[in-house]
Ligand binder design. Sequence first.
Ligand code: HEC
Ligand code: HEC
Length: 404
Amino acid sequence: MHAATPRPHSRIRRAALCALAATLAASACGGSDGVVDSTGSGGPGNTGTPPSAPWTWELPAGFAPPRVPTDNPMNAAKVELGRQLFFDTRLSGNGTLACASCHAPERAFAENRALGRGSTGQNHPRNTPTLINAAYQVTLDWANPAPRTLEQQMRTPLFGTNPIEMGVNDDNREQIIERLRTHAEYPGRFAAAFAGEAAPLHWDNIIKAIAAFERTLVSAGSRWDQARAGQITLEPAEQRGEQLFFGTQALCAQCHGGPNLGGAFVDSTQRVGEPAFHNIGLFNIGGSGAYPAPNRGLLEFTGRAEDMGRFRAPSLRNVELTAPYFHDGSVATLEGALDIHAAGGRDMGPGLYAGDGRRNPFKDPLIDRIRIDALDKADLIAFLKTLSDTGVARNPRFADPAVN
Ligand code: HEC
Ligand code: HEC
């Protein structure tokens, strides 16, 4: 039931995997989403564009390359272009916002606002998630089952109108291209990244370049990773927290599993598993089980009653850096987030959203089986803090090229 997250380091040969997928009619072999090429540097599915330079992954120990769509092979010029675009406010309709405005490197590519604020000042209804290792998520966003690639996901922040994020629309789409076309460096960079294309400066290639950059945001340099590699020893409280996290009493890893300590994970050597979404009892408006729209989770996309309040378990890597917590940023501290898990949900008391989330009829039954006392919570928090990867903010490959 909760085994949707594949084992961390399972290695299945791709040929065997495709044969298996064929019999199961599953799409692990470049099906509808056009994925995958394990090296990422071209291959039979390549569009014919020769890469500017061969791509070499710089990955932490134990990480295989992420999946790469066959029509967007990696190359060094493309990644560098994507990095520049990711940090560039020219890419928003009114020129005020960049992807990095909400996904900030010093916050593990998340931010400390409860809700993201778009280019026109409108609040996003949801909290900004980290982009570290996002290339390995089976689905993207808090509860949307549809986007399976970073390219697919990006249409929402760029072109979405409810809420407005980057605010690119029919009125300013060409104007933004013009901003890039008249820039000293961009035309040459697009030509290098998409060699062989006569007119490479267009939106599809903007998306491809940024996605290629996002795929390089792989990092696993936390103290926990160092301890697993035998380089350091964690403090006793941190070790107790780790055992609790992966054990049967706290059950955390049942939902926050795999190398990302998050929802379903897949790399280029693995078969794509089913994504999982859970209601952890944050709301129960009027006792009906309802969460407030437009944050009703998976139900917003499937329309199915039982999907009320179901969200992807977020990656807990760097969680100390990405407060506040939950899909709506409604909880300020790790203590608060754990208290809710330990209590089996959140009683909203009186007010707009009155209702006892602990009794939410759509709640994942696992939540009520979590057994942790005050000491366990302290140990778990000590462990969660070992997941902070200070290398992310220091990595020059992830930094704003303007200041780099
Ligand atoms: C206004 C703030 C804001 C801006 C600007 C923004 N994002 Fe996001 N991003 C968010 C929020 C909020 C979510 C969660 C959306 C949801 O679940 O509905 C998100 C989700 C994502 C995800 C999914 C991550 C995961 O683990 O599922 C990716 C990838 C992403 N954004 C990339 C980008 C890119 C690329 C850009 C620039 C083109 C961008 N974002 C601009 C706020 C922002
Ligand atoms: C039944 C699945 C499940 C179990 C078990 C579970 N969680 Fe969660 N957790 C979730 C989901 C889903 C969310 C996001 C909920 C939302 O925003 O609506 C979440 C959110 C969190 C957050 C907030 C992270 C953020 O970035 O917003 C923390 C911290 C957390 N969990 C820690 C834990 C710990 C520690 C345990 C073990 C005691 C645990 N979880 C057990 C499903 C689970």
